[in-house]
Design a binder for this molecule. Structure first.
Ligand code: SF4
Length: 243
């Protein structure tokens, strides 16, 4: 298990340090950007997926998929190759929310593909959650031209679809990935650096929401991967709690 965890941490670019312990079994510690040791208690523990049956394709889902596929509620429908509905378990415990499809997503019809998607997958695996075990969607279901930021009116037009997805999945935890996703979901202009690192809540159900950096940003700013790791540890801890 330790070897698997170390491999995943190495994959997402976080160094793994081992203490020269006197005991035969070495402990693993992570360091925060400040250099402060988090300690072995914060080391990742793989969460075994609970035995759950994959939810069947029910009518509300089919209606929602069809509504998104044919949507013309905002001008983005004119420039899209296809809508990007979202993927994953329809009874997932963790719901990951990004901002909008990029070029790869627009072409493939799936959120978080390409290099950023691969990093997200590695980050999820690092807390014991393969991509297939979570639900992943964006606020916008259509790509903004040139990958520009979503306009508020576009996000307002599209958010009802995301709200319905969340209502159907009923996740235990939401993970807002990136500044735009976090600020829109929390309806704030607070910088992401002050939104991450603690548990927020979303919606009428007060679903716990954790904010972290977008993997595309982490590819450009690898020093912040350690902060993203602490965010994922927070997700892991929330998921470990009894429902
Ligand atoms: S972005 Fe959302 S609201 Fe706009 S056309 Fe696409 S699906 Fe409809």
């Amino acid at each position: 298990m330790t070897a698997m965890r170390d491999r995943y941490l190495k994959e997402i670019g976080i160094p793994v340090w081992r203490l020269r312990a006197s005991s035969a079994e070495l402990s693993t510690v992570m360091t925060e950007p400040s250099g402060a040791a988090v300690g072995a208690a914060a080391a990742p523990r793989v969460i075994e997926p609970l035995p759950r049956e994959v939810a069947p394709a029910t009518e509300p889902w089919a209606e929602l998929v069809a509504a998104v596929k044919g949507c013309t509620r905002c001008a983005l429908h004119k420039s899209r190759t296809q809508t990007v509905f979202g993927v994953g378990r329809r009874d997932a415990h963790l719901f990951v929310i990004g901002e909008a499809p990029g070029a790869d997503e627009d072409r493939q019809g799936e959120p978080f593909v390409g290099r950023a998607g691969q990093l997200l997958n590695a980050m999820l695996r690092a807390i014991g959650l393969p991509r297939s075990e979570v639900f992943i969607a964006n606020i916008l279901k259509c790509r903004p031209p040139g990958n520009r930021d979503p306009q508020p009116e576009e996000a307002a037009s599209c958010t009802p679809y995301l709200s319905q997805q969340i209502a159907l999945v009923q996740p235990r935890v939401l993970l807002a990935v990136g500044r735009i996703s976090a600020q829109w979901l929390l309806q704030t202009d607070t910088p992401i650096g002050r939104l991450r690192g603690r548990v927020q809540s979303y919606g009428e159900r007060n679903t716990p929401l954790v904010v972290t950096y977008h993997p595309a940003y982490l590819l450009r700013s690898p020093l912040d991967k350690a902060k993203a790791w602490t965010d994922l540890c927070l997700v892991k801890e929330l998921l470990s709690r009894s429902p």
